[in-house]
Design a protein around this ligand. Structure first.
Ligand code: APR
Length: 229
């Protein structure tokens, strides 16, 4: 059985990583458009750098939770029949042991050079304009896909959705496209679809089945039931 799992901020919530759409509509005190658009970066690069630098260093304070570990166990058993597509820019899937992970919205631990367009692994601050390790130009920005930019790996994701028997969405509000449209794409190609989320997502009606509760409980239970079959 080929499985595609889409994850969002909700899977990392129990690790202590804040989700995007809190009750006050702010992302760690910022309006999304002030820190997650190319226009914001052009206008206030220092503000944007400080925001992502703080989030990158905050990664050192958090650990993968039971949901990340359960997906890593599933990969151990399914191998290349499982693909995790994440909207998250944290590294918690990898730290739990998953290796087949596509970061469609980029990664905090990566920098993108606006000079040579190359991506480099990056784990320290960017605010002081360090030179690109590849071309030497001091034009590194967070390697994060902002609103108005095209997500990474769309061809591979589309191919996996086309061949999936099961599509599972975990911890995402279903508010941001193209990820919010994956359920309809997978279903139209013949996959069964399952939502695991704290509450019904915006697209909950598109799923063949939905279970609501914390990912740290729902995901291990789902994985164990699959592995025991
Ligand atoms: N377990 C499961 N789900 C949870 C939990 C939890 N412990 N806590 C929160 N959730 C759910 C919320 O109910 C919500 O539906 O996770 C979802 C998180 O939604 P968002 O904060 O909107 O995050 P996400 O859907 O990943 O955002 C998508 O939007 O801002 C952009 O690029 C950014 O990747 C991000 C994209």
């Amino acid at each position: 059985m080929r499985i595609v799992v889409l994850t969002g901020a909700g899977i990392s919530a129990e690790s202590g990583v804040p989700t995007f759409r809190d009750a006050d509509g702010l992302w760690e005190g910022h309006r999304v458009e002030d820190v997650a658009t190319p226009q914001a970066y052009d206008l206030k690069p220092t503000t944007v750098h400080r925001f992502y630098d703080a989030r990158r260093s905050a990664l050192l304070q958090v650990e993968p939770n039971q949901a990340h570990h359960a997906l890593a166990r599933l990969e151990e058993s399914c191998g290349d029949q499982l693909l995790v597509v994440t909207q998250n820019i944290d590294d918690l899937h990898e730290r739990a042991g998953s290796s087949r992970v596509l970061h469609m919205h980029g990664e905090l631990n990566s920098a993108l050079c606006r000079g040579c367009r190359q991506r480099s692994r990056w784990t320290s601050d960017l605010v002081d304009h360090p030179p690109c390790p590849r071309c030497g130009v001091s034009e590194l920005r967070p390697d994060v896909v902002w609103f108005g930019e095209i997500p990474y790996e769309m061809d591979r994701i589309h191919d996996a959705l086309l061949r999936a028997d099961l599509f599972v969405s975990i911890g995402t509000a279903g508010a941001v496209y193209p990820a919010a449209g994956f359920v309809q794409a997978a279903a139209s190609y013949g996959a069964r679809t399952l939502e695991l989320n704290l509450q019904p997502s915006e697209g909950t009606d598109y799923f063949s089945e939905a279970r609501h509760g914390p990912a740290g409980e729902l995901v291990p239970a789902w994985v164990e039931s699959l592995l025991s079959r």
